[in-house]
Structure formats: C-alpha cells, structure tokens
Write a protein that binds this ligand. Sequence first.
Ligand SMILES: C[S@@+](CC[C@H](N)C(=O)[O-])C[C@H]1O[C@@H](n2cnc3c(N)ncnc32)[C@H](O)[C@@H]1O
Length: 427
Amino acid sequence: MGQGQTGGTAARRLALQLVEGVWQDRLTLAEMEAHPHFAGAPAEVRARAGRLARATLRQAGRADAAMKPWLKRSPKPAVRALLRLATVELMSDGAAAHGVVNAAVTLAREEHAPSAPMVNAVLRRVAEDGREAWEAAHPQRLPNWLRGRLSGAYGNARVARMEAVFEGTSPLDITPRLADPALAEALRGTPLPTGSIRLERAGQVSALPGYASGDWWVQDAAAALPARVLAAKPGERVLDLCAAPGGKTLQLAAEGAEVTALDVSESRLERLRDNLTRTGLRAEVVVADALEWKPPAPFDAILLDGPCTATGTIRRHPDLPFVKDAADIRSMVDLQSAMIDRAADMLVSGGRLVFCTCSLLPEEGEGQLEGLLQRRDDLHPDPEAVARLPGLEEAWIAGPGALRLTPDMWPERGGLDGFFIAALRKA
Ligand SMILES: C[S@@+](CC[C@H](N)C(=O)[O-])C[C@H]1O[C@@H](n2cnc3c(N)ncnc32)[C@H](O)[C@@H]1O
C-alpha cells in the first residue's frame, strides 16, 4: 500500500472516530480535536479527517437515502456511521470509488469483521447507482428536539431552507479594525453592506495579508452586528459582559471606547488576550462570574452576548444538533435572564444595553426581550440604535429595537449565522 493510501485510511479512521463520538457519545468535534489522540496525528491527516467528518455530519441524511435501496436490514450504529462516511465521500468528494470502498472495507475488518462483505457490497452499489437517490433526497433533517421548536417559530418551509444551508460550508467573514476600502481587495474578498468582508475561499487564515499586523479578525457577519448596534463612542466606559474569545471586545476597543472585557472562562480569555495583542487594541480583562462581579462604577454602555444553545451557528458547527438537546435550553434561558438583570443594574441612567444570543430559539431571544420588558420598568427598547445599523434590512427587524437573523437570509451572498439582537436604554 502506497503512502497516499495509508494516509487516506488513517484520515478516514480518524474521521470515523469523530462522527461516532458525536452521534454515539455526544462529544463535540472541538473536544475531540483538542484530545492528544487527534491532536497528535499529522496535520494533513487531521485536516482531511476534520473535513470528511464535517461533510458526513452535514449530509448523513442524504447518505442514508443513497444506500437505503441496498440495505437488507438496519446496520448497527457503528457500521452505519462507516457506511455514511464512505457514501458522503463517494458522492461529494470526487474521490476515486475503489479507494473509498477499499478503505471502508479495511476499517470494517478492523472492528466489525462480519459486516465487511456487506459494507463492500453496499458501497459498490452506491458508487454505481446511488447518485440519483442522493440528489433527490431532502437535505438532512434536524433532530426532532430542534426541528419541532424551529418549525413552531419559523414554519416548515423556512426550516427546510435552513436545513439546505446547513448542508453546505460557510464563507469566512472578517471584521476590519479600521474602515479601509483597500483591505477587501488585498484579501480578494467582497465588502458586505454591514461592514464585514467575505472571503469565499480563505485557505490558511494566518497566512492572509493583514493577519499578523492585526488589521482584522475572523467574525461571522451576523456576530459583528451587536457591537455595531451598541455603537460605542471614543472614551465611553463600556462593559463586554460575556467577552471571550473577544470578537466583540475588539470591535468596541477599535471604536476608542474604554472597554472592560469580563468572562468566567480563564482559558477563553487567554484567546481574548492573544487577540488584543495581535491587533494592538486595549481592554481591561476581568476573570469573574458576571452574576457576582461588582463594578467600581456604573457603565455608559453594556454588551451582553450571553451563553446560549448556539443553534444559530450550526452551519459552522454541524455536530451541535447531535450533542445538545432540549435539556440544555431551560438552564440557558434562566442564566440569560439573570445576566440581563445584572447588566441593567450596572448601567448609568440613560445608558445603553445590547443583549444578543447566537441562538435560533425564540426562548433565548424574542422571549427574553418580552420577559425583561414585563419584569423591569427601567429598560426600554431603543429602535433608533437599530435604525442606525449600516446595511440594515427590513426583513431583519423583529419589533421595536430588535433584530432576528436566520441562516437562510442573504442566500445570494452565502448566508449568515442566526442571531437575536435587542437594543435597550435605561431610564
Ligand atoms: C457567546 S460566548 C461569548 C462570545 C464573545 N462575546 C465573542 O464575541 O467572542 C458566551 C460566553 O459567556 C461566558 N460565560 C458563561 N457563563 C458566564 C458567567 N456566569 N459569567 C461570565 N461569563 C460567562 C462563556 O465563558 C462564553 O465565553
């Protein structure tokens, strides 16, 4: 067996472990990729395994449709994972069919020897005749815990459009430190109306022009909106209450505000500090629990990007629907409401609060806004703050002072992450 084939089987073995870890053990890709077992593999094996695992998590539904006609009975989960992985590679990777099938049979022999002949037979049929069923299949459906909630909030047709988005990969968005028309050209990117720059094919991020000099940072176009709605002014005292790894802190600091960046996670704040160093921007960094920390003085403005189910980021994190479930929602919602109250108490009279979550669930967005307006009579929606947003689209507005972004928006530009953003002012 030549070098390429050996490497190919190693990458597929690692990819199989990743998808099984997600589907069976509910481990995140980030957790597994940080583990020495994965991190110790050669870089090209890791890169290929990561790509293959993500493609499989995104398109397993299509793979099931393509192999169904040739499966006599339902295979056990580990064998199904292997069949899905190989089918996705056969149908979407352009890899030579014999190499994919041989590698899958090798992997089947290692762990599930009695299934190897079946794996061989099914994959040969898929390679020859699976294309039509693959292409005709509905994009992979979200798990029921999430699909039901999203259908209730957005309707079945819109959820189907989101599922189509979740099958594909996402472009790379960057936020410039300064508005510089030459930057998009230098990066061969497209300026977006909201101020971000979008790159269709990025390659290695750290090799791009302006990375080392800190002229920009990676941040989804939707994730860049909350800080723009807050519109920090030079010299203002601004608190970024859940700050790490710091994309929004960098935006606030780039506006010249005196920023305090607080987060409970020391390790995530390390990344924030690295980002500040690279960009040459300044912020006071505080490691603390937002619910317990007492500020020396109230703030002019606060950005609260609360912890949430992160369901708005599925197109970048295809493991997420499988590792989370409905049990995660209640505790997140309670924590967010407590943080909103804490933030409101830390504001000067007349101060601005922007609350946001990268969630698609109304409980973590629209419901939070409704709840806080019922609970508190000192916070009021600030529609003017939203109206000033560059590139604002009518379809994003979700009531006074509120924006709702979903991944099916901007289809002609390549989509964007899901977010809920509310702008408020303290009486
Ligand atoms: C959505 S992330 C923040 C992303 C960040 N704003 C950015 O733009 O890079 C939520 C953050 O909340 C932090 N967090 C969770 N519970 C917290 C608490 N009780 N106090 C402070 N931070 C907390 C997490 O560590 C996490 O970094």
